[in-house]
Design a binder for this molecule. Structure first.
Ligand SMILES: [Zn+2]
Length: 375
């Protein structure tokens, strides 16, 4: 899903600016902010629903179920009013009117689900767990890219590809995107749990669509409309289109499938960058970013005799230290005063379970991927 295509009407933006001013006047005071958000006029974001629907149809971005227009909620991916995982947090109030923080969600994914285990009600829109709680941003202006969210973001391609489905419609982790030591909780399992992506209706709906795709794939070259009907099911705006694509990938061995859907299968493959598996043994930082294992903006910490050194992984895979960007972890380590040879072991990322070196992350990923290829 491509959110850069979102067109925001000028009047909506102007009204949002005025509301943001009122948010600013709350000065980060939790009580004042809560009162502000409780007032009815703040549901300004729902006025952007039609523009968000234009991006990928009338469906929930989390579970991909079709929903009637009026029942599509605008979920704030980073919750605006409170964060369940961090009771002292005010919520990301400064993102309340920022469309990049909006996700279309069905009532079920957005509102409440019963948490049977502890008897309490769960609400997605207050949940925003991080793999690195210590990096949580608490006020406007903070670098959000330092945060490593647990929940899969439908707007992040490398997140979406982590979720796959078996042929009976059950959501599970894509074997090509193995878990690394950064995930003290499995991001896919946790997303399935919080959005309840394993609820019966969803699984059944996905199973039906997947079965249809396979049946149509078998009929390619025999039944003239088969290709067109498959394309309708894998289109972004179609219900359960990710499951339909997963079914098509499963059916790739059938005659005519690769030929007819070369374009689709190629894109899916490049998303998990499976084209040259031998390169996995020699993964570079740009490659780890490309595969979604590491995200640009995260903080790298190196430990020296004089104390910790802080650097940032930037989008092109270089390591930014002070005012300079270094081409490799080795050169950045040398600049930080460490043995250059130890670059990959020197730089670590702090997550809830402790510090993990980028070498550990790379090696776990590479070995899980190569095991997958052997099987
Ligand atoms: Zn949903």
């Amino acid at each position: 899903m491509d959110s850069t295509r979102l067109s925001v009407p000028p009047q909506w933006r102007a009204d949002a600016d005025a509301l943001e001013k009122q948010v600013d006047e709350c000065n980060g005071d939790k009580v004042k902010l809560q009162k502000f958000f409780e007032r009815r006029n703040t549901s300004h974001w729902t006025k952007l629903r039609a523009e968000l629907v234009d991006l990928c149809g009338r469906k929930c971005w989390y579970c991909e179920g079709k929903v009637s227009h009026s029942r599509l909620h605008i979920d704030h991916f980073r919750p605006k009013g409170r964060v369940t995982e961090d009771p002292s947090h005010t919520g990301y109030y400064w993102l309340a009117f920022v469309p990049q923080n909006f996700r279309l969600a069905c009532e079920f994914c957005n509102s409440s689900t019963d948490d049977v285990t502890n008897g309490s009600r769960r609400t997605k829109h207050d949940h925003f767990p991080l793999l690195n709680e210590s990096a949580r941003i608490r006020s406007p202006g903070g670098e959000l890219s330092r945060e490593m969210p647990v929940l899969l973001d439908p707007l992040v391609a490398s997140d979406s590809v982590m979720l796959s489905f078996d042929m009976v419609g059950v959501a599970r982790r894509n074997a090509l995107t193995p878990r690394t030591p950064l995930e003290s909780v499995d991001r896919v399992t946790e997303s399935i749990r919080i959005f309840r992506l394993d609820r019966t209706g969803l699984t059944e709906g996905r199973r039906v669509v997947m079965g249809e795709v396979v049946d149509l794939a078998k009929a390619l070259g025999v039944f003239p409309q088969a290709e067109e009907w498959i394309r309708a099911r894998i289109a972004t705006e179609a219900e359960y289109s990710s499951a339909a694509r997963a079914a098509l990938r499963t059916a790739r061995g059938l005659p005519n499938v690769c030929q007819a859907f070369h374009d689709v299968l190629l894109v899916d493959e490049s998303e998990v960058t499976d084209s040259d598996s031998t390169r996995d043994l020699n993964l570079s930082l740009p490659r780890l970013i490309e595969t979604g294992v590491l995200s640009p903006g995260v903080e790298l910490i190196g430990s020296t005799a004089l104390g910790d050194v802080h650097a940032t992984l930037i989008a092109d895979g270089r390591v930014e230290l002070g005012a300079r960007a270094y081409a490799s972890p080795e050169s950045a380590a040398a600049a930080a005063g460490a043995e250059a040879s130890s670059g990959w072991h020197f730089w670590t990322i702090e997550v809830n379970s402790g510090r993990v070196s980028i070498a550990e992350i790379r090696d776990t990923y590479a070995s899980a991927r190569s095991q997958h290829h052997e099987t």
